[in-house]
Design a protein around this ligand. Structure first.
Ligand SMILES: Cc1cc2nc3c(=O)[nH]c(=O)nc-3n(C[C@H](O)[C@H](O)[C@H](O)COP(=O)(O)OP(=O)(O)OC[C@H]3O[C@@H](n4cnc5c(N)ncnc54)[C@H](O)[C@@H]3O)c2cc1C
Length: 586
């Protein structure tokens, strides 16, 4: 069985030839010394850690799962040691702020490490990923005192983070949450309530666990305006930074789940846990959104990571497995990779993966531009693109990621259904990415209901203009005709559909009925855009991915982009057939 091979060549191609990483990053204050060469050499080492340490643990840890005994959580054998090695090697602080001890590398570098972590061991990758999300919220919204006390050890990875939003009656609709926080009188609060589904809610790595908890103050109004955010550590922290008494929180139980078995998903009881406000009272969701946007990009990357690992294994199996005869009937048994249907499955996955990676890097670079560019207009422009693309990355990457896990499993036939090959684990692990961090249906509603109307509808228009410019540039390079023409047609459909939705934006039934199809139409067009850029760069360059890129771009044009025809038609057919049926008749 082939082991995971970190996609370093592809990363180097994207950073150097397609996305002008050096040119974009080196204009940003603080990133003058950053280069693709540096990023690739760092990621090469990161890839070795993922492939050498984390991937071998993936299946045994899935088999063993996490345990809760006498109130103590234990992760499967090897996970705690791997986490310590990860921290000692400095991986936890890769993109952390240098003022708190981080290495300050750009987000694009971070997401590529995240992709490799997700390919190798998704359960493991959630520990540092959630910690980083908590760090973002604290960095942007907490007091200087809290930042100084908590951030250095969280950025180094010595302490981990968790986010505690969900309650049994409050999932998507956080306005329904009931956890309460009462002022103690010394600036701290006592938090009471039960949260469910809390990833990394506890672990056995040592150190501390910093929970960011949503709760209501005693006089808070109902709904989302009454929610505040609190930092509550597992162990209280003394003034000298050492760990003090256990705080009033405990793990009620571990959730029994379909996948990510090496990740402790906890029911957390907060029984008067001491916490401190992060941000202003009643503005907790605002503070939490800082964390959630970073986490949404991260979850999209998880879909990509699993797809890459599953597709690699499927391609390798398809080259070795002998079944059936060659197309002309003259040879047999032949490797199943000769059969068009198997090739189509592999190409479907590959054509999503490469485009998604390029789009993820582009989006991460926009995040860095939004945070650092000296020109406020450039910052605003980049920030708009990030807002528009965040739900697309989260939902489309995880939908296509899951689909890629399933078709990669399909390449194995019955062997894919048997545990020892590891393909069914990809399917089980990938499934959660479509659900947590806001379900994909809710991401689609965010795109249609909130992001499209931004700037009076002009934000999407600016994005479409950018795609057109790049298609125009790509069309000048020979051998890009098919991908450029197919993407231009998809963009026409996307623009027409966007106008239709903006015209009907007063009607929630129209938006709600169209949202998921619209997000897929948007994503396919954005992937086409990235394929046109990659094909143009590959045709001009002489790098290893050249032949593969041009061939897969043609496949994407011929076999994937036509899906946009059906999506446009479905959306144009309107909401009536979705709304008409009486609830009792379902
Ligand atoms: C393994 C796992 C780990 C998790 N980790 C965390 C964590 O670390 N921290 C945390 O706080 N939470 C966590 N969650 C919770 C997760 O984020 C929620 O499960 C998710 O947001 C959905 O909420 P829900 O389960 O209550 O579903 P519901 O909100 O009940 O939704 C049910 C269905 O209705 C749809 N729906 C709901 N409202 C709308 C609407 N307004 N418009 C259209 N459709 C709608 C949804 O899309 C979904 O299909 C985790 C969950 C799991 C399973």
């Amino acid at each position: 069985m082939a082991s995971y091979n970190p996609p370093i060549d592809d990363i180097a191609f994207l950073l150097n030839d397609v996305l002008d990483f050096d040119g974009q990053m080196q204009t940003l204050p603080g990133y003058e010394e950053v280069s693709a060469e540096l990023a690739v050499s760092v990621l090469e080492e990161g890839g070795k850690f993922c492939a050498g340490v984390l991937e071998p643990l993936n299946r045994p840890a899935d088999e063993e799962g996490c345990k809760l005994e006498n109130g103590l959580v234990s992760t499967p054998k090897g996970i705690a040691d791997a986490y310590k090695a990860f921290v000692e090697a400095g991986w936890a602080g890769l993109s952390g702020a240098p003022e708190f001890g981080g290495q300050g590398l750009p987000r694009a570098t971070q997401i590529l490490l995240d992709e490799m972590l997700s390919s190798a061991n998704l359960s493991f990758g959630l520990f540092p990923g959630l910690t980083r999300g908590a760090v973002e919220a604290i960095e942007h919204h907490a007091s200087d005192e809290l930042k100084a006390k908590y951030l250095p050890k969280m950025i180094s990875g010595e302490w981990t983070g968790a986010m505690a939003l969900t309650e049994s009656s409050a999932g998507t609709d956080l306005g329904l949450l009931t956890a309460r926080a009462e002022p103690v009188g010394d600036g701290s609060y006592k938090i009471k309530g039960t949260k469910i589904f809390i990833s990394s809610g506890d672990q056995d790595f040592g150190g501390n666990i910093i929970h960011l908890v949503l709760a209501r103050l005693p006089d808070a109004p109902k709904g989302v305006k009454g929610i505040s955010l609190f930092l509550s550590p597992k162990f209280l922290v003394e003034d000298d930074g050492s760990l003090g008494a256990r705080n009033g929180m405990s793990v009620g139980s571990l959730e029994h789940k379909m996948g990510i078995h090496a990740q402790p998903t906890c029911v957390m009881n907060y029984d008067g846990a001491i916490g401190w406000l992060v941000g202003e009272p009643g503005r907790g969701l605002n503070a939490m959104f800082t964390m959630m946007n970073a986490e949404r990009l991260f979850v999209g990357i998880q879909g990509l990571g699993i797809a890459e690992a599953a597709n690699q294994k499927a391609a390798s199996y398809a080259r070795e497995r002998l079944q059936g005869r060659s197309l002309d009937g003259s040879r047999g048994p032949v490797p199943i990779i000769e059969h068009p249907d198997v090739r189509k499955m592999l190409l479907t996955g590959r054509s999503f993966i490469d485009a998604a990676r390029a789009l993820a890097i582009w989006t991460a670079m926009q995040m860095d531009i939004a945070a650092r560019h000296p020109d406020p207009a450039e910052r605003r422009r980049a920030d708009g693109f990030v807002a528009l693309l965040t739900p697309v990355v989260k939902a489309a990457f995880t939908d296509f990621g899951f689909e890629t896990a399933v078709i990669s499993q399909q390449v194995f036939g019955g062997h894919g259904y048997i545990r020892e090959w590891g393909m069914e684990q990809f399917v089980r692990d990938a499934r959660i990415t479509q659900i947590y961090e806001g379900t994909n249906g809710v991401q689609a509603m965010d795109l249609v209901g909130r992001k499209l109307p931004m700037e009076g509808g002009e934000l999407a228009g600016r994005f479409f203009d950018l795609v057109k410019q790049d298609l125009q540039a790509a069309s000048l390079v020979p051998a890009t005709e098919r991908i450029v023409a197919a993407t231009a047609s998809a963009l026409d459909r996307l623009e027409r559909t966007t106008e239709l939705l903006l015209a009907g934006s007063g009607d929630p039934a129209v938006a709600g009925s169209a949202a998921t199809d619209y997000l897929r139409l948007f994503a396919l067009t954005a992937f086409g855009w990235m394929w046109a850029k990659m094909a143009a760069s590959a045709a001009a360059a002489d790098t290893p991915p050249k032949v593969r890129k041009c061939a897969v771009a043609d496949f994407f044009a011929d076999r994937m982009l036509p899906q946009t025809l059906g999506l446009e038609t479905a959306i144009a057919n309107g909401a009536t057939s979705i709304i008409a049926l009486n609830q009792d008749l379902f």
